[in-house]
Ligand binder design. Structure first.
Ligand code: RUQ
Ligand code: CUA
Length: 667
């Protein structure tokens, strides 16, 4: 079947009518053609040794990680592990990082991440941190952008499917998380068809401006709808937060059909300053819950977990003015606030227009009490009293909108597979460009902030099909770089992504690049198992636990011959990379290890736990090519039968050997 792109829209309309969206346009062009015009190549060419202009942080989607790309080249710079174990650098495997993945459900080695979000100062990305959500088991992570490492993860209780997350307020006071799935709160064993009666939503506000101290400031109890996305107000709307919801039908089965009945669902407009007042006045009820807060201690670079046991919950019935509902057609997905803070744009994925609400009108409607009704203590404002305008005939399946800071908005259209550019205030469509295929999010550096850097737009497409050399049934998802510096959008580049890049954020490289940590100062390493010089290495036994302190430096380990270990022992290799030089890493692996290798940044200590299964001599080696004599960087550990008389031995310095002999004498 060969259907030109534009015509496939008709198919999709039929799909909507049947309340089953057909993913129509994807892959139905006849062949991949080169749609690039003019001198696109020179616009994305970054010469070897030169730097990209922007860092882009893309969600890994179901990979649970973040990938970092340079723009405009589309070069992959790094993968940052966040919510999934990552054998490449032992994240979630070594003893130091494992506590980051602890939850009340136990250790979780995988999650699904959706929305990276940069920290902001005065509504503009500042390059301090990147936040990202875990969708399946709701959590929010903080990544430090001086090291590109996950430092902190907080779990969100009373939530299931942390999708509307972790959008930030203009000064990063809060990041938010709303529950996608309403659930019984507290979650107990009830019949699923008691949904309307027992299921509730929650909106969580999490303090985020102090590293290591994230906590849930309060939660707002909401009607049992699905909450989808959010964005903070700014400028005049600073102090407000907007969340989309769908399933105001409160269906608990076949949502595809049953949650698409109502003509309008809602955007929840939350006055969080009012919420703070209610908390201060004691109107928020403490509720017993359990959730984990995990963070990395900077000196030891070791993650710690703490369990928290209470959260403050606001019921809008007891806190008048905290939430209003803005009727919005039709199962809205994205909600995006323009750089001035006046316009609130909704992506009604089944709507035929893009509705835009006005913050000024919202204020007036509240003052005039222009309400249709009240739901669970939440006034529903009249649509006509809050809507600023509608973009007519934008295309099909509007999802997300970003802004260029020059008065234009860009909306992704999933069904008609295109980006539509329109003008704020007049609501007229001024340009459109096809995407290959089925765009989800789009991103302009700073494009959801007060000050977008409106030069490029990245389309993140859900379906790839014929865009690259085929790689079997599964193709990498595809991002496309589009030049938005002129009147007409121009396609510059396709590049494959890791996992599913639901969303991305980007900022000028100059905000981050000169603040990079190059190595960890050995003198400041407070890991209890640090070895700061060769003389300090050694081996100790406590019952069946063996601890080996070891250094790695080009090109040897010390100690590198170890004896006295017995079958039945648990052996901890605590390896410190004592290099004090940028990008000089070592690895560590031992024959038969049941976990990942270690990767050691200069100046840090990491621990690999190994349980030898039988007697023998086991080699270990460095897994990261570090010098001309990298292949010489190796050692042996001897394992004897249980009860053997072989003495503990580690061939470290004379001093360490003397101490060991002393310790053995005392026993
Ligand atoms: S979503 S394709 Cu998970 Cu942000 Cu809109
Ligand atoms: Cu150290 Cu290779």
């Amino acid at each position: 079947m060969k259907i030109p792109l534009k015509r496939s829209a008709g198919l999709a309309i039929a799909g909507i009518a049947a309340v089953g969206i057909i993913y129509a346009c994807a892959g139905q062009r006849t062949a991949t053609t080169n749609l690039v015009t003019g001198d696109a190549a020179s616009k994305v060419y970054v010469a070897p040794g030169s730097y990209d202009e922007y860092y882009a942080f893309m969600s890994g989607g179901y990979s649970g990680q973040v990938s970092v790309y340079g723009l405009p080249s589309g070069r992959l710079l790094k993968l940052i592990p966040v919510f999934s174990q990552f054998a490449e650098d032992a994240y979630g495997y070594d003893a130091e990082s494992k506590p980051l993945l602890e939850t009340t459900y136990g250790f979780i080695p995988w999650d699904d991440s959706h929305h990276p979000e940069l920290s902001m100062t005065d509504g503009v990305p500042d390059g301090r941190w990147l936040f990202i959500n875990a969708n399946n088991t709701p959590r929010i992570a903080r990544i430090d952008l001086t090291r590109f490492e996950t430092d902190e993860i907080i779990q969100i209780p009373n939530s299931a499917g942390g999708h509307a997350s972790p959008f930030t307020t203009p000064n990063t006071k809060y990041v938010v998380s709303a529950t996608r799935f309403s659930v019984p709160i507290p979650n107990t064993d009830v019949p699923i068809d008691s949904y309307k009666k027992s299921f509730k939503g929650t909106l969580s506000f999490i303090t985020a401006d102090q590293p290591g101290k994230m906590d849930i400031a309060f939660q707002i109890l909401m009607p049992g709808y699905n909450y989808d996305l959010g964005h903070a107000g700014k400028g005049p709307s600073d102090g407000w937060f907007f969340f989309t919801s769908y399933n105001s039908e409160q269906a608990n089965t076949k949502l595809e059909e049953n949650a698409s009945q109502n003509d309008k669902d809602y955007i929840a407009a939350v006055n969080y300053k009012r919420a703070e007042e209610c908390v201060a006045q004691g109107q928020a009820k403490p509720m017993a819950v359990e959730y984990f807060h995990n963070y990395v201690d900077p000196g030891s670079r070791t993650a710690k977990s703490e369990k928290k046991t209470s959260v403050k919950v606001i019921d809008p019935v007891n806190c008048a003015g905290v939430v209003y509902y803005l009727p919005t057609p039709k199962s809205p997905h994205g909600v995006d606030v323009d750089p001035t803070g006046e316009y609130i744009v909704a992506g009604g994925k089944l709507a035929t227009v893009i509705p835009v609400h006005s913050f000024t009108k919202l204020q007036k409607a509240i003052a005039d009490k222009a309400f249709d009704k009240t739901v669970d203590g939440i006034p529903v404002l009249k649509y006509d009293a809050v809507v600023a305008g509608e973009v007519q005939k934008p295309g099909l399946g509007p999802l997300h909108t970003e802004f260029d800071g020059k008065g234009f908005a860009y909306t992704s259209m999933f069904i008609s597979s295109e980006v539509v550019k329109w003008k704020l205030g007049t609501w007229e469509v001024v340009d459109r460009i096809p995407t290959y295929y089925s765009i989800g999010h789009l991103m302009i550096p700073g494009g959801d902030s007060k000050r977008p850097w409106g030069k490029y737009l990245v389309a993140m497409n859900k379906i790839t099909k014929d865009r690259y050399l085929p790689t079997g049934p599964e193709m990498a998802q595809s991002a496309q770089l589009i030049d938005i510096s002129g009147d007409k959008m121009k396609l510059l580049l396709d590049f494959p992504t890791i996992g599913e890049p639901h969303y991305a954020q980007a900022l000028p490289a100059s905000l981050i690049k000169d603040r990079q940590v190059k190595f960890h100062k050995l003198a400041e390493n407070t890991n209890p198992w640090v070895t700061k010089s060769e003389a300090d290495g050694g081996i100790t036994r406590a019952g069946k636990k063996i601890d080996i302190k070891m250094i790695a430096i080009r090109s040897h380990f010390a100690p590198d011959n170890i004896e006295g270990v017995q079958v039945g022992d648990t052996v901890n290799f605590h390896v410190t990379n004592i290099e004090q030089d940028w990008d000089i890493l070592h690895g560590f692996a031992v024959l038969g290890a049941q976990t990942s290798e270690l990767i050691l940044q200069p100046g840090e200590t990491r621990t690999l736990t190994w349980i030898p299964k039988g007697p023998g001599v086991y080699p270990f080696y460095c897994t990261d090519f570090c010098s001309a004599l990298h292949q010489e960087m190796q050692g042996y550990i001897r394992v004897s039968p249980a009860g053997s008389s072989v003495k503990l031995m580690a061939n470290v310095s004379k001093k360490a050997q003397a101490q060991l002999a002393e310790a053995q004498k005392e026993k």
